[in-house]
Design a protein around this ligand. Structure first.
Ligand SMILES: Cc1cc2nc3c(=O)[nH]c(=O)nc-3n(C[C@H](O)[C@H](O)[C@H](O)COP(=O)(O)OP(=O)(O)OC[C@H]3O[C@@H](n4cnc5c(N)ncnc54)[C@H](O)[C@@H]3O)c2cc1C
Ligand code: SF4
Length: 519
């Protein structure tokens, strides 16, 4: 461990997803007397089988952040993964730094995951000095604000939460308090199917400097069994680069973000999505600046309202709502399995080896980029997991591992709540279940598939079709009363008992094939 000459007043821990100078733990630091501690540790890099690109992105961004802090005059103690004295846990590194530096107190920003929050609570009892856990002020809705909104409500719906957030932050709001354009939500104008000849916009790619190259070497050696591919690596790793990515998105891509939000295309992982979540969640960008830039582009006449509103809703609405749900309902939330789903996660989620071209494609994007866009997460890998009845906790471990933007506070309610309906409708009022028909309409995946999206039973039938009907039949008691479901149950009833039995037997065959690794 480096020797730091002067006495230390406060040891300030900065976690890998807290790379923001506006956080109090840094903003309030006394450059002469405090030390900022950052540590790459195995415990954090391996508690699920993280994508190697995710590990490399975070280590490189951490190292660049530490350098920027040093350049700004802060005293930084940085523990690399291969430091021989590294205890390989965050608690161990705090204790080691405390023993070495004898600070008067230790401070950290509240972590984004329950398990770490618990570990820090326990550590505060073991430390010989006071341990201050400071609020994470990067979010637009504090824990107290969410609790105030949620209290006494029978159901928590993102749409109503979002309207309050729009008012709180004055985003797309008019002087009379009403929404710009007269409506709060322009979703009905979004989500067009792909037009013929749709092409993906140009993307930025950042040159790898010596720091990033050193990290890539380290990760290749330290995680030979890690999921996914390390190269090509084109992530932004500094705030300056992340801001360039944001500005490029606003100028070139946001104008069509709303229209093509749901489109999926072979070989095109990004399409009109922003690719900003990894930077935002790690602290390189701030949510309010992203929303304000989108609003400014709309007010300047550069971006249509449906695109600006849709983008702002994802960040100000969904992202903050999801975080509120996580902290309000943890730790019980993590064990929820309302649909008693118990199938093991099939191996093809890791390998991509399946004949279903939509799933293969989504997993190929995931393996190569540590990214797939929202509709692939929700309506391909999530939808399959929902219909096939995969165990929610296994699915959750997978989502937490494979995406560069994945932290439990945001991943868990999206997986258990939005994709799997395992929370009994807390996040989503209706299950996001869809047949091959939806995937065929919104993508070009089916054209290259061994299965036929128009066929439900018999040779070559799309597995999503029989599994979809079987899912609805299995959970009829739960969903038949849902105001948005009568139409699908009426269709099912019109099929008659023989056809229904045939479809359900076919669904069982798909599950056998899934278990045998031949689907
Ligand atoms: C099963 C499942 C798991 C998910 N896991 C994660 C995760 O681990 N981390 C994560 O950040 N997002 C997660 N999401 C939400 C969403 O898919 C990603 O935020 C988005 O795909 C990131 O890509 P983007 O930056 O191009 O987003 P865009 O489509 O361009 O959206 C803009 C921004 O809005 C925010 N956003 C959009 N939708 C959501 C949402 N549902 N919840 C929270 N924020 C949202 C993100 O910050 C995103 O960068 C998950 C969704 C599902 C269905
Ligand atoms: S046919 Fe079915 S399995 Fe194949 S790509 Fe289309 S939806 Fe997916």
């Amino acid at each position: 461990m480096n020797t730091v000459a002067q006495p230390v007043a406060t040891l300030r821990l900065v976690l890998g997803d807290q790379l923001s100078t506006r956080l109090a733990v840094i903003a309030q630091a006394d450059k002469a007397h405090d030390v900022i501690l950052m540590a790459e540790v195995m415990a954090e890099a391996t508690y699920v089988r993280h994508h190697v690109k995710k590990i490399a992105f975070l280590f490189s961004a951490m190292r660049h952040f530490a350098e920027a802090l040093r350049a700004a005059g802060y005293r930084v103690l940085y523990v690399a993964l291969n430091d021989p004295d590294n205890s390989q846990t965050l608690e161990g590194e705090i204790l080691r730094a405390v023993a070495h530096l004898s600070p008067a107190r230790v401070a950290v920003t509240e972590p984004g995951e329950w398990r770490l929050a618990q570990a820090f609570q326990a550590l505060s009892l073991a430390l010989p000095v006071p341990f201050d856990i400071l609020p994470d002020t990067r979010f637009l809705c504090s824990h107290a604000r969410f609790a105030r909104w949620a209290q006494d409500r029978k159901s928590l719906r993102m749409e109503f939460f979002y309207r309050e957030m729009r008012r709180d932050h004055g985003l797309l709001n008019e002087a009379n308090g009403g929404p710009t354009g007269g409506k709060w939500n322009y979703d009905a104008d979004n989500r067009k199917p792909p037009p013929r000849g749709l092409t993906a916009p140009r993307r930025l790619s950042f040159r790898k400097d010596a720091t990033t190259r050193a990290v890539l070497d380290l990760v290749a050696k330290a995680f030979p069994e890690g999921f996914g591919t390390l190269e090509p690596f084109h992530f932004a790793v500094t705030r300056t680069q992340a801001l360039r990515e944001l500005d490029h998105f606003i100028a070139e891509i946001l104008p069509r973000f709303g229209d093509f939000q749901d489109v999926m295309m072979t070989g095109e992982p990004y399409l009109y999505h922003s690719l900003l979540s990894a930077y935002l969640n790690a602290g390189l960008l701030y949510p309010l600046e992203m929303c304000r830039k989108a609003e400014a582009a709309f007010r300047a006449g550069h971006v249509p309202l449906n695109a600006a509103e849709g983008f702002i809703r994802q960040i100000l609405g969904w992202r903050e709502f999801i975080r509120g749900i996580y902290w309000r309902f943890m730790p019980d939330y993590a064990d929820k399995n309302a649909l008693a789903a118990c199938e093991d996660l099939p191996w093809f989620y890791w390998s991509g080896e399946t004949q279903m071209s939509c799933v293969r494609e989504a997993i190929a994007h995931t393996r190569e980029h540590a990214y797939s866009h929202h509709i692939q997460r929700l309506m391909i890998t999530g939808n399959f997991a929902l219909l096939a009845g995969l165990n929610p906790q296994q699915v959750h471990d997978w989502y937490l591992a494979v995406y560069a933007d994945a932290y439990e506070w945001v991943e868990l309610p999206n997986t258990l709540g939005m994709a799997l309906h395992a929370d009994d409708g807390l996040v989503a009022s209706k299950p996001y279940a869809a047949s091959g028909n939806y995937i065929n309409r919104m993508s070009n995946f089916c054209a290259g598939c061994a299965y036929d999206p128009k066929v439900t039973t018999g040779a070559g039938a799309c597995p999503f079709n029989a599994l979809y009907w079987d899912f609805l039949a299995r959970h009829r008691d739960r969903f038949a009363g849902n105001a948005r479901m009568p139409y699908v149950y009426a269709t099912w009833d019109r099929m008659g008992a023989d056809r229904q039995a045939e479809i359900r037997a076919h669904a069982e065959n798909h599950l056998h094939a899934m278990r045998a690794g031949t689907l």
